[in-house]
Design a protein around this ligand. Sequence first.
Ligand SMILES: C[S@@+](CC[C@H](N)C(=O)[O-])C[C@H]1O[C@@H](n2cnc3c(N)ncnc32)[C@H](O)[C@@H]1O
Length: 281
Amino acid sequence: MEQYFPFQWHITEQCDQRCEHCYIFSGRSGSVITEMPFKDIRTILNNCLDFCGKFDRIPYFYLTGGDPILHKDFWKVLELLQTKEIDFSILGNPFHLTRDVCEKLNRYGCKKYQLSLDGLKTTHDRIRKPGSFDATLEKIPLINEAGMTSVIMTTVSGTNIHEVPGIIDLAVKYKVDVFAFARYCPTSLEKNIRISPEEYRTLLETCWKKFETYKYGETVFSLKDHLWTLFLYEKGLFTIPSELREGIIYDGCNCGISHITIQPDGGVSACRRLESPVGKD
Ligand SMILES: C[S@@+](CC[C@H](N)C(=O)[O-])C[C@H]1O[C@@H](n2cnc3c(N)ncnc32)[C@H](O)[C@@H]1O
């Protein structure tokens, strides 16, 4: 059976926020914002389709930014994907979502819309921008009611690790379809906001208990971080098949193996969170 090959595609750097941890604006001076022109989007899309054809994979796109909706030709990009019957989701901001926009996104075939929650109100608004927390919570029902899957993603660092359990409670309260978190990869924030392995292990334990409490609710908890596998292995809930096959990786990060990132300047990397260039154009 053919499997998906996901592309994380940063079509623009335009964004209403300048999050203090963001890899896009880390260490940058000046205000040059890169946006991929529509003609390049069309060419790259065809390249991706060729690639998937060659490797017998079904293409899947995560359109992102910045905020992808701010791309000058955003709706033309969606039309292109719809015409070619390609599955896609969006990782974006809450600010330009209205009921009409959400319904339009759904009509164009957007499956999931992911928003970020990086803390409770004070922390989130400090990291992102004032008003961002309330805007995010307000848009969850619009995404759900339009028929898309709502996703909340938390980027965990030493600044917000203690608020993750509270964010999980909020995700459940607001009937988020999927909740996940991932670790901050040091770029612009102070390096001293790192999390010790023991502290992170404790977070996984706390979250696991919360997930158990909420397991009959509407929110699905995605075990996105591959350290979950190690945690489950320790608990005896993940076992490595007894007949180990040489050359098979049983878990870990899939970046560069079954997932790549395309940047607005056409650069391709294994992962956007760390220097991992694969090529360009
Ligand atoms: C670049 S943003 C684009 C979508 C949208 N603007 C948002 O903020 O969710 C996509 C995701 O990357 C995460 N991110 C940005 N910089 C990061 C870093 N240095 N380490 C880990 N995740 C990071 C964000 O927190 C967000 O969850």
